[in-house]
Design a protein around this ligand. Structure first.
Ligand SMILES: [Zn+2]
Ligand SMILES: [Zn+2]
Length: 890
């Protein structure tokens, strides 16, 4: 056979699971079969996810691994439910972030981008992006994600670029994009404008300086308070509140800026915060957004005092050419010498830093392009309010609406070289701005051919804001757009709700008239095991590729999903990955046992008419599991869904059902458990597949190769049908088997507590009113609890123990008259009693402490009381047992 499936055929599983032997081969098999590409079927509703595009700035981290795993779980689940499931992979050019990376590379060669020029810079950035994209895609493949690589899209590809330009032109024509002089956040290092979201505000302890501005033409001063004294050279007024009595006389008078002695008026404006500093505010409109607005109201000029690199220009008089911070230092010395510095006091305030390079940003008036946000926000608010779009977890709906209600215009131009160039051309002759999709050959107004394009590029979030529709072909009316749009789920981290999710909703509604997605699922951030953020400086970063190498991709997937819930940060440790690996091994060994139990030749898969009770029990549990898992996945509760499958496979299936089945397999005349073993394993593999795709596919292929031919069986587990609940519930079987399990478990616990050699068989008397329900499980109890002889008797009447240990499981009493080493057990119990008494004393002190009782939250107090209760119960038991042992000794 040349069929690639041939390589998947085995008749037995190797002894140990080796992820490295399986993963790449299995992934290639899926790729070759084309399973990741959905078939458009108009009779079915598609399920669509657009992948949040990772930045082409480096490698994937655990956050990406979480994103990819959650999305893959959803996609695989829906695909197995028979829906055309599209998961569109993508990458983002990441404007400023990538430019910073390339600039760092240049710096290593002692060059700047200006040394090599724009064209060469773009070439280098492209080389980097292509390489990085390849690496990201390879890493994603290692995780086993089933996205449609034939639709892989990069934000700078021709099609999404056309969507960007088209959107810009449309919004410009509608007056929703404008160019204007506004205060923006300026990074003097990156030398570009930044949006508010790209500026991180850090609480910083600085100083508030009180400076005297002398009155002109009369004696006296006005004292103003400022955190950035060097900006005084850009002052155009001193403003006071109109109702502030102490300044009433000086409104309309003139003061002089110290050092340069430029006269400026004293004005009155209601926006002045009377409680800040002295209540007199210096107005620096070119370097402060509040001042900018005040200056506009009073028709005051803009005085820009800074160059692009944050050195001062000629407006600063003697300080021309100084760096902003050097100027501050020298200026303060001079003001002090001149007696103009009244005082300086420590002052905590938020200072903006560039998110990409951490340089202190400068609020700076400059000519930029803006999106008028309010008209776009209105329908986007409505879409969430009306429930057309649901954000999970719920509390983020409020966060979203609150931000949208207070939305400000969005500065979209960046003074960068890497990104979508702004489609605006300026006329050298008449200054007209021509905005078109393609390059115009002449000025739209005067017809001059002397035009030049705006050198700036667009904010990287402008293109990602169009992502759900631009990746599907918009502005063209494509089949993909018609079929897959609106998409179903947008799954991303909560920290980019405003950067990205809000803008996709605004832009999607604006461009297509429809919502971009039905659900927004926000996951938390992956943290280290102590809950700290992972960062290179802390040295606690876990590289997903290293983890895959060490534990296998399925174990990593298992670990990132374990304990995850919407909006909550997830701690991740190597312990969780070990659990994932242990689970894979447990499943592997159990499957290997099942496959090896299959008889040679034809396997009869038909269920016999009178199924033994443990068969009915496991099938009943399995059916309920299928119901639960589907419900949890529907509710986006991935961590809980995974935990349900895990508990079932590890506990009920491996630890109990297989152990019970072994007893029957060893007895040729009892009904064969094989059909139920196979059915339970096969269904479990399907249930687990979205979470751990590689190992489940590998086992499934080996298993079905041994089963009778079935023409309806697919070639791969990933396109098999996802199990659903069929309503097969057998409560009687569940009650009976869970009682037997509890009996076995309590005997095992008692043995462990008394440190009895695991190989040794002990005598047991099981007393039950309804002992006929226990009799059929005689062998299970004997084998699994290592009991010999086992007496199954009626309800227990005597109350004397005679030194035997008595266990209670519901209404069943178990008497273990085991011969014990009385002295050894007494000693062990005395020791336990001692530490228990210390514990009780500690708890007693705590619970009688009034301060603790009045201050601690109720759940904490309850927990302490619970501990006390448990300790006292245990103490009582020890005392009883000690008394018994003493009697035996006597
Ligand atoms: Zn910067
Ligand atoms: Zn012109």
């Amino acid at each position: 056979m040349t069929h690639s499936k041939a390589s998947m055929h085995h008749t037995d599983l190797p002894k140990a699971y080796e992820p490295r032997q399986v993963e790449d081969r299995t992934y290639q098999f899926w790729l070759d079969k084309g399973y990741f590409t959905p078939k458009i079927d108009h009779s079915k509703k598609p399920f669509t996810i657009i992948m949040p595009p990772p930045n082409v700035t480096g490698e994937l981290h655990l956050g990406h691994a979480l994103t990819a795993t959650l999305e893959d779980i959803m996609i695989r689940w829906h695909r197995m439910k028979g829906e055309p499931a599209l998961w569109l992979p993508s990458t983002d050019h990441a404007g400023i972030a990538t430019q910073v990376v390339v600039e760092r590379q240049l710096a290593a060669e002692k060059k700047t981008r200006h040394d090599i020029g724009r064209e060469e810079f773009e070439k280098r950035a492209w080389q980097w992006a292509v390489k990085c994209r390849q690496r990201i895609n390879d890493q994603h493949k290692k995780l086993g994600i089933s996205c449609d690589w034939t639709r892989d899209t990069f934000t700078l590809d021709p099609k999404p670029s056309r969507a960007v330009v088209t959107t810009f032109v449309n919004l410009y024509k509608k007056g929703l994009i404008y160019r204007g002089e506004r205060i923006i956040n300026w990074c003097p290092r990156c030398q570009t404008a930044l949006s508010d979201l790209e500026t991180s505000h850090e609480e910083t302890t600085g100083h508030l300086y009180h400076v005297k501005y002398p009155m002109v033409a009369q004696s006296g001063y006005v004292i103003v308070a400022t955190t950035r004294p060097e900006t005084m050279f850009g002052d155009v007024a001193v403003a006071v509140h109109p109702e502030e009595k102490k300044y009433a006389d000086i409104i309309g008078k003139t003061v002089a800026i110290p050092v340069i002695n430029r006269p400026i008026p004293v004005i009155a404006d209601e926006a002045v915060d009377r409680s800040f500093g002295t209540g007199a505010l210096k107005i620096t409109p070119a370097h402060d957004p509040v001042d900018f607005e005040i200056a506009q109201r009073h028709n005051l000029p803009l005085v820009n005092i800074m160059n692009k690199d944050a050195t001062l220009n000629k407006e600063a008089g003697p300080y021309e050419g100084f760096d902003r911070f050097d100027c501050r230092k020298d200026l303060l010395r001079r003001l002090e010498k001149d007696g103009l510095l009244v005082k300086e006091e420590p002052h905590v305030h938020a200072v903006g830093h560039c998110q990409r390079c951490s340089t202190v940003v400068e609020p700076w008036a400059s000519k930029q392009w803006f999106v008028k946000a309010e008209p776009l926000a209105e329908p986007a608010i409505e879409a969430v309010k009306s429930g057309q779009i649901t954000i999970i977890p719920d509390q983020f709906n409020k966060v979203y609406l609150n931000w949208m209600d207070n939305i400000r215009d969005w500065c979209i131009s960046r003074q960068l070289w890497w990104g979508h160039r702004i489609p605006a051309w300026y006329c050298d002759d008449c200054d007209e701005t021509t905005v078109t999709v393609g390059k115009p050959d002449k000025c739209a107004r005067c017809g001059s051919a002397k035009i030049h394009q705006d050198p700036d590029v667009l904010d990287t979030w402008f293109s990602s804001g169009l992502w759900p529709h631009s990746t599907l072909g918009w502005p063209e009316d494509t089949e993909d757009l018609r079929y897959f749009y609106p998409t179903t789920v947008m799954e991303t981290a909560y920290d980019i709700l405003f950067f990205w999710v809000a803008r996709m909703i605004m832009m999607g509604l604006e461009n297509t008239g429809r919502i971009p997605f039905r659900w927004v699922y926000l996951h938390g951030l992956v943290r280290d095991e102590k809950g700290a953020k992972m960062s290179k400086t802390r040295g606690n970063v876990i590289n997903p590729l290293d983890s895959i190498e060490k534990y296998g991709a399925d174990a990593l997937r298992f670990a990132v999903v374990m304990g995850t819930s919407a909006g909550s940060d997830v701690p991740l440790s190597s312990g969780k990955m070990e659990s994932g690996r242990n689970f894979a091994n447990k499943l592997w060994n159990a499957s290997r046992y099942v496959i090896r139990s299959l008889p040679e030749g034809t396997v009869d898969m038909a269920l016999p008419p009178n199924l033994p009770i443990e068969d009915r029990w496991i099938l009943s549990r399995l059916d309920q599991l299928a119901g639960k898992v589907n419900k949890l996945l529907e509710e986006f509760r991935f961590g809980e869904a995974e935990a349900e499958v895990y508990e079932f496979v590890w506990g009920e299936f491996c630890d109990w059902y297989i152990e019970l089945a072994k007893i029957r397999l060893n007895q040729p005349d009892s009904p064969s458990p094989v059909p139920v073993l196979v059915r339970t394993l096969e269904t479990s593999l399907r249930l687990l597949h979205p979470f751990m795709p590689f190992i489940t596919e590998e086992i499934w292929q080996t298993l079905v190769a041994r089963l009778p031919h079935d023409a309806t069986r697919p070639d791969s587990l990933m396109i098999a049908t996802y199990p659903i609940a069929t309503g097969f519930t057998d409560t009687q079987a569940e009650r009976e088997i869970s009682l037997i399990i509890e009996i076995i478990r309590s005997i095992r616990n008692a043995r462990a507590e008394s440190k009895i050699d695991p190989a040794k068989r002990i005598e047991a008397h099981v007393h039950a009113k309804n002992n006929s329900a226990i009799e059929p499980h005689r062998q299970a109890i004997e084998t699994l609890a290592r009991v010999q002889p086992l007496h199954i008797l009626g309800a227990r009447k005597e109350s004397r123990n005679d030194g035997a240990q008595v266990l209670h499981v519901g209404e069943v009493d178990i008497v273990l008259p085991m011969t014990v080493d009385v002295d050894a057990e007494k000693q062990r119990l005395e020791q336990e009693k001692e530490s228990l008494l210390t514990r009780i004393a500690g708890l007693e002190a705590r619970l009688s402490d009034q301060t603790f009782l009045s201050r601690a939250p109720q759940p904490v107090v309850d927990k302490e009381r619970g501990k006390m209760q448990d300790s006292q119960t245990r103490l009582q038991k020890i005392d009883e047992r000690l008394a018994e042992l003493s009697r035996m000794k006597a």
